[in-house]
Design a protein around this ligand. Structure first.
Ligand code: 9JX
Length: 299
């Protein structure tokens, strides 16, 4: 794989041959990150990032996980961060899922016998639900942080949904406006960090991308009752992007016997970059949830 990379460069101009990557089924180069724990790993955790961001935004989550002797890995979705692909122009949501499964298989082969957990945020949560649907036996459990299950009903009014679908046919590149990061966290420093990070997408939301997400959210409805995996669901009840009702609905609908939902009062979307007390509490919860399940042998 590596010798094929030749002179292929990331959107930022770095050579892929100098970076961790894999080549997906369409021949696109996907940028990967790996964080090894100090000792032998107890399990693997795959981080699945959200729309418009990238795998480098999980440093705090990563250090919490590697401290627990977990081997963490992730990649930038196509069209994101240091991976190839047009920026935030989704052709098909299944490509995100397919590429994740490829990376998962790669890591399963490299670390046979280790359990694999997922840590998924926002749109990454929607990707994770589809992964669970396709490979329930491969995943030991999932931590969902503000998963995208239902779009905020105020943002996605029936009229806007209808318009997005019609426009998608004629004008897929039309801008629907910008996402406001100030509405996603109460922590001003985190908002500024997000704005200053050039690997995030700072352009407008295009019709094509919104329509793709709408379709993926609509289709997931049938998938939810088929989910049987262990899961920890974390969501802020003041989330203006992915409504908390999505997590309530997922919690009620999933067939899992081991499921936990924790709602953070007054918190916005970006729980792992929220006010310190919120972020600390959620990290403690995740640590405890994972350590309680690490020793469990799959039944
Ligand atoms: C985005 C839709 C979900 C159109 C985006 C402080 C998502 C911080 C931050 C990174 C938020 C993570 C999440 C653009 C255009 C559904 C504040 C869209 C969307 C659409 C994700 C990840 C900002 C947003 N914010 N999101 N981030 N994103 O999946 O770290 S820090 Cl429809």
């Amino acid at each position: 794989m590596l010798e094929e990379s030749g002179d292929r460069v990331t959107p930022q101009g770095l050579l892929y041959k100098d970076l961790s990557h894999f080549v997906n089924a369409d021949g696109n180069y996907i940028f990967c990150r790996y964080w090894e724990p100090p000792g032998p790993p107890r399990a693997l955790v795959m981080i699945i990032h959200g729309a418009g961001e990238h795998s480098g935004r999980y440093a705090e989550v990563v250090s919490m996980l590697t401290k627990q002797s977990l081997f963490v890995f992730s990649h930038d979705h196509i069209g994101h961060g240091q991976s190839e692909g047009k920026r935030m122009i989704g052709s098909d949501f299944r490509i995100y899922v397919r590429d994740c499964l490829q990376h998962l298989d790669l890591m399963k082969d490299r670390h046979p016998g280790l359990q694999i957990f997922l840590f998924a945020h926002s749109m990454g949560g929607l990707v994770a639900i589809y992964i669970l649907h396709e490979r329930p036996e491969d995943i030991a459990g999932v931590v969902f942080v503000s998963p995208l299950v239902i779009l905020n009903p105020e943002a996605a009014t029936p009229m806007k949904v209808f318009l997005a679908r019609v426009l998608d046919y004629f004008l897929p590149n039309v801008s629907l406006g910008y996402m406001d990061p100030h509405s996603l966290s109460r922590n001003a420093k985190e908002v500024q960090d997000y704005i200053d990070d050039p690997l995030n997408y700072h352009g407008p939301v295009r019709v094509r991308f919104a329509a793709m997400l709408l379709n993926a959210v609509t289709s997931v409805e049938k998938v939810l009752p088929t989910i049987t995996s262990r899961m920890l669901l974390l969501h802020g009840d003041a989330d203006k992007l992915c409504d908390v009702s999505g997590s309530y609905h997922f919690y009620k609908t999933a067939a899992s016997s081991d499921k936990t939902l924790k709602v953070f009062e007054g918190s916005f979307h970006q729980l792992h970059k929220e006010l310190t007390e919120v972020t600390e509490e959620m990290f403690e919860l995740i640590e405890k949830w994972l350590s309680d399940r690490l020793s469990l042998v799959e039944t």
